[in-house]
Ligand binder design. Structure first.
Ligand code: NOJ
Ligand code: CA
Length: 678
């Protein structure tokens, strides 16, 4: 289905102003519902912005501008040469996602600035206010006094009005695979984004960016001597320059998602809405799916990526995975370690992306998968060796396309070659973008591991389906793992940026046969609930097939969809618990998870169709379940429920509940995709 606009784009130009009417005390743009506002100010020629929510100051007047190499800074000495007001309202249909329709409604203020003295350069600021947050970006127009641009610093700062509680992980130019810390803002060091905060009054906000294209990723660093204030630190090139470009150019959007409750953040579409519409004409080959894979076996030490006596990716093993997937309605199978070069991982990373190990017959496996109606998911681990990958990329995608493989998991586990480049720098941002566009040309979708954080580019390139950029389940196999609170934080931080390939679904939460002392830090019921709480259009059933055999609760994984018509975030407290409901067609699914504290939740079912009776199948923590002492019991019960009722759930320590709700009389409800999802 091609994403199409269902509402015409409205564009109104309100005003052009003369230099004499430069804004004083400020020029404000507010969201359609009036709750979010951004104010532009010029303080003695220096541009500033401020953000408010429901009349409450969230961001105090904060700096804007650039420090450039071999040119005067663009931070002050400006006057306003033009102001433009626009309004937009469109509804678009994503190829996959948390709702089948997305409304993009905003008011926008464009401010054209010109230096009052030579070199009289121009800088344009675009401010956009939406009901779910505020955003702004810089545009450097083509101009004779500014052609090549080397940005040494983007001077954007976020001067928070109050000492919020913040959920963050420390700054890292090469990854986001960390646990989140919870501290007041005055104890927050330099961090990656998204970084999420709660004001003393309970407003929730998350600072991030959208449409990161041909630019460096933004991190935030505390500003010395200015309480609760953070400035943009762009990830550098090896020579210290942050961004190399030429005019005309535009930066990513700087975004502040806003909601009056934690759960509200999960319904935001701000990041995708700030990206351009889909550029892929025919998207029919992009298929959301659940998948299994030759994967967890390597992480727990049962098998190896490299060839040898325990090689995971053998033809025989692949066929067994395909058989299991086919008979359980799991559409995809990922195979890692099929190609030569794994001996060189972390030692120069000279992988071949076309040559199989001798015990893996790629064409035969692909043929077998086709016969069984299973979609193979290919694997390109680059180890960070970008030149080697770019040289082989076209051939590698062409090979997969010939064999019918339509999704590839890529990986960048290792230091980037050439040395000194970072995963999150402009050079790599451009690499990831090239891979996305080349893959699209071969009709291949991507699951990017060790990516640059998502910024909503999946709207433009929906083949960029999911990615890591998170501390995922793999850490449970070979490290201290992910603390019970981890998955109650990531939907509200990293998850606001885009889909997460968290790889849930581990039923054998300990695996002493392969690795003593490591474990998954949840109950099994919580593993099920993650399929609803953490969104991804490619969602893994990560455990070994043998661990699913004979487990009745596997039915929930068989049933749960990976693309949705509607999402309702029911209730949450970041770091404590989260409960999310999502609808596909007539069926609703609910996932509820808790941190290390067992808790009871009362969830009103007011979102259900009031004219309908539903049969609820509940997968809950069984008797005496507890993630540490007794993680496996799952109780499966059914009952009839209606919209006026509520569900009382009892979650074990690091436990969860996964629920499927089906109308008892299906004929009374709309077909998939038809009902509203705005
Ligand atoms: C790290 C990825 O996150 C993981 O999923 C993958 O199995 C390994 N790299 C090997 O590519
Ligand atoms: Ca990883």
């Amino acid at each position: 289905m091609h994403p199409r606009m269902t509402t015409a784009f409205a564009l109104l130009v309100f005003a052009r102003v003369s230099l004499a009417s430069a804004p004083e005390p400020g020029e404000r743009v507010s969201s359609p519902d009036g709750r979010v506002s951004i104010t532009f100010l010029l303080e003695n020629g220096a541009p500033r912005y401020a953000v408010a929510f429901s009349g409450l100051g969230i961001i105090r007047p904060s700096p804007l501008g650039f420090v450039l190499k071999d040119a005067p800074p663009m931070t002050s000495g400006f006057e306003v040469s033009e102001l433009k007001r626009e309004t937009g309202d469109e509804t678009w249909r994503p190829v996959w996602g948390i709702s089948s329709k997305v409304r993009n409604r905003y008011n926008q203020l464009t401010v054209r600035l010109r230096e009052t003295n030579a070199p009289a350069r121009e800088l344009v600021l675009v401010f956009r206010a939406c009901n779910d947050g505020a955003a702004f970006r810089y545009v450097l127009p083509a101009q004779s006094n500014l052609s090549d641009v080397a940005i040494l610093s983007e001077e954007t700062a976020f001067r928070l009005a109050e000492n919020c509680t913040a959920w963050w992980h420390p700054v890292n130019y090469d990854g986001d695979e960390d646990t989140y810390r919870t501290t007041p803002l005055d104890r927050m060091p330099a961090v990656n984004t998204p970084v999420t905060m709660k004001t003393p009054g309970g407003v929730h906000l998350s600072i991030h960016e959208a449409a990161l294209v041909d630019y460096a990723s933004m991190t935030l660093a505390p500003v010395d001597g200015d309480m609760h204030s953070f400035r943009c630190e762009l990830v550098p090139w090896p020579d210290g320059v942050k961004v190399k470009a030429s005019t005309p150019m535009k930066t990513p959007w700087r975004t502040i998602q806003l909601a009056d409750r934690a759960a509200g953040l999960l319904e935001s579409h701000l990041i995708e809405n700030l990206n351009e519409p889909c550029k892929i004409a025919d998207t029919s080959w992009i298929e959301p799916m659940k998948y299994m894979g030759i994967w967890w076996g390597m992480h727990i030490g049962k098998e190896t990526w490299a060839a040898g006596s325990n090689h995971g990716a053998t033809t025989e093993n692949a066929k067994q995975y395909i058989d299991f997937a086919a008979s359980n309605g799991i559409r995809g199978v990922l195979i890692e370690g099929w190609n030569t070069g794994w001996e060189s991982w972390f030692k120069g990373a000279s992988f071949s992306f076309t040559e199989s190990y001798p015990d893996f017959d790629l064409p035969a496996v692909a043929q077998y998968a086709r016969e069984k109606n299973v979609a193979l998911i290919g694997h390109h681990e680059t180890g960070g060796n970008i030149p080697a990958y770019e040289e082989q990329m076209d051939e590698a995608f062409a090979l997969y396309r010939r064999l019918g493989v339509r999704a590839v998991k890529t990986g960048y586990a290792g230091e980037i070659i050439p040395k000194g480049q970072h995963h999150h720098g402009q050079w790599m941002v451009n690499h990831y973008q090239r891979v996305t566009e080349r893959a699209a040309a071969y009709h291949i979708a991507l699951d990017v591991h060790e990516p640059v954080k998502p910024t909503g580019l999946c709207r433009t390139w929906p083949n960029l389906m999911t990615g890591e950029g998170v501390r995922g389940t793999e850490y449970e196999a070979w490290s201290d793992g992910n603390p019970p609170e981890h998955t109650t934080i990531i939907p509200f931080t990293r998850g606001l940026a885009g889909p997460i390939d968290y790889t849930p679904g581990i039923f054998a939460v300990t695996f002493p046969k392969y690795r003593e002392g490591r474990r998954v830090h949840t109950t099994v019921a919580k593993q099920l609930a993650l399929y609803v709480v953490i969104y991804s259009p490619l969602q893994m059933a990560a455990d070994l097939p043998e661990n699913y055999e004979g487990r009745p609760e596997f039915q929930f994984i068989r049933d749960v969809p990976v693309t949705w018509d509607e999402t309702r975030a029911l209730d949450a407290a970041i770091g404590d618990f989260a409960a999310v409901a999502r609808r596909r067609g007539n069926d609703w699914f609910i996932g509820a998870i808790t941190d290390e504290s067992a808790r009871k939740l009362n969830l009103p079912l007011s979102f259900l169709d009031p004219d309908q009776t539903y049969e609820a199948t509940l997968y809950t923590d069984g008797k005496d379940a507890d993630w540490e002492k007794n993680p496996t019991p799952v109780e499966i019960t059914t009952k009839t429920v209606r919209a006026g009722e509520s569900l009382n759930l009892s979650l074990a320590s690091s436990g969860g509940a996964a629920i499927r709700l089906r109308p008892v009389r299906a004929e009374a409800s709309p077909a998939p995709g038809d009902a509203t999802g705005e």
